[in-house]
Design a protein around this ligand. Structure first.
Ligand code: NAD
Length: 351
């Protein structure tokens, strides 16, 4: 065993179909009396169920959730939490909802209990993100890491197939990159490879039959581990390029990850061949880049940036930013490397 450093982040995880019913016990466990309950309007039915379960533990409800957590909006939500003297934030929803919870507790330091309903994985990380005038800032703060997480696969049955597939590929990106990210350790690699297997096996079943609770559970288990390794192993070239493209062109988060991942793994294969071979093994594919591409395509997901709104004319603008963003990565991109990567991704070439 080679020497390593691994930070084990503490969060209590309650996992299984129907376990939302345990929300009151979990809130009591945290010693909270004044919960602020947050879920977006499309998840109103979940918000109502949680409110009913929690009864008078809830002091206020917030149902306005926006993508990418605009800073002024976060400040308003935090002021609301302060005004109601909330001593716990319960979030029910995807990464945008968890993100709002994190933005609130940065300003009003109370614990978060997260109930995720997509596969983004934010609930397992101490990473926050906020936007001001289209500029996204992210940072780490262990105070924003939820203290407890309830994963109930039944809550994900309504996530539409295409969104499930893309969100699952976002989780896939977290664990694939964790294998060669700077903080990788034998612990995170074990988690990551297990998650890659769960996601590769479960996602096509979820997309074929969105109401298959067992498949939903397999994918959610993968998403949980993916979030955990994102938090400790960190990120690399794929995420850095996605941050550049997402920020410059406002592309849809999960679909952007879906398209870029096979191309980014093809690019790093020269630099970290052993790790990329391990990823292929976990995927059950001969080659990791082609395996990831075929997985996405087989689920009917986009495989080309041109399908999600980015054309070849935009490549030149993005090249210097990608070079800059990947400077410290396992494979720092030069101009030619960035141009080749982006061209293949815009065209959706099978790597
Ligand atoms: P999201 O939270 O915006 O949700 C996407 C859509 O799915 C929304 O329309 C929502 O209403 C809908 N939805 C959610 N759950 C549903 C369900 N069960 N049934 C039906 N519809 C449902 O998107 P996301 O992909 O979950 O999260 C993306 C955001 O999370 C981005 O801002 C990203 O930067 C952030 N993120 C942060 C971290 C972190 O560690 N901080 C990690 C991953 C993602």
């Amino acid at each position: 065993m080679r020497p390593f450093v691994h930070t084990q982040l503490a969060a209590r995880v309650v996992f299984g179909p129907g376990r939302l019913a345990e929300l009151p016990e979990e809130v009591d466990r945290l010693g909270a009396r004044r919960t602020m309950l947050i879920a977006g309007r499309p998840e109103r039915h979940l918000l109502e169920r949680a409110a009913e379960l929690l009864g008078d533990r809830v002091v206020t409800i917030w149902d306005d959730v926006r993508q990418h957590v605009p800073q002024d909006f976060a400040e308003r939500a935090a002021a609301h939490a302060i005004e109601h003297e909330a001593d716990l934030i319960v979030t029910i929803g995807g990464g945008s909802t968890t993100g709002l919870g994190k933005a609130i507790v940065r300003r009003h330091p109370v614990p978060i209990l997260a109930v995720p309903t997509t596969y983004a994985g934010s609930e397992m990380t101490p990473i926050w993100g906020e936007t001001t005038k289209g500029d996204k800032r992210t940072g780490r703060d262990e105070a924003v890491l939820p203290k407890a997480v309830i994963y109930d696969p039944q809550l994900t049955l309504t996530l539409p197939p295409a969104l499930s597939g893309a969100s699952g590929m976002n989780a896939m990106a977290h664990c694939v990159e964790a294998v060669y990210a700077p903080g990788a350790s034998p612990v995170t690699t074990t988690y990551a490879l297990m998650a890659i297997g769960s996601l590769a096996e479960g996602l096509p079943r979820v997309v074929r039959n969105p109401e298959d609770v067992t498949a939903r559970g397999d994918v959610q288990f993968g998403a949980f581990l993916a979030g955990a390794v994102l938090a400790t192993a960190g990120i690399s070239i794929h995420h850095h390029v996605c941050h550049v493209l997402g920020g410059m062109f406002d592309l849809p988060h999960a679909e952007l990850h879906t398209v870029m991942l096979p191309q980014a793994v093809a690019a790093v294969a020269k630099a970290v061949p052993e790790q990329v071979a391990e990823i292929a093994g976990a995927l059950g594919a001969e080659q990791a880049p082609a395996g990831l591409y075929d997985l996405a395509k087989g689920m009917g997901l986009p495989v080309a940036l041109s399908q999600i709104g980015l054309g070849e004319a935009e490549i030149d603008q993005a090249v210097p930013r990608c070079v800059e963003a990947t400077r410290g990565d396992v494979l720092p991109l030069d101009d030619a490397g960035a141009r080749a990567l982006l061209t293949a991704a815009v065209r959706g070439q099978r790597p």
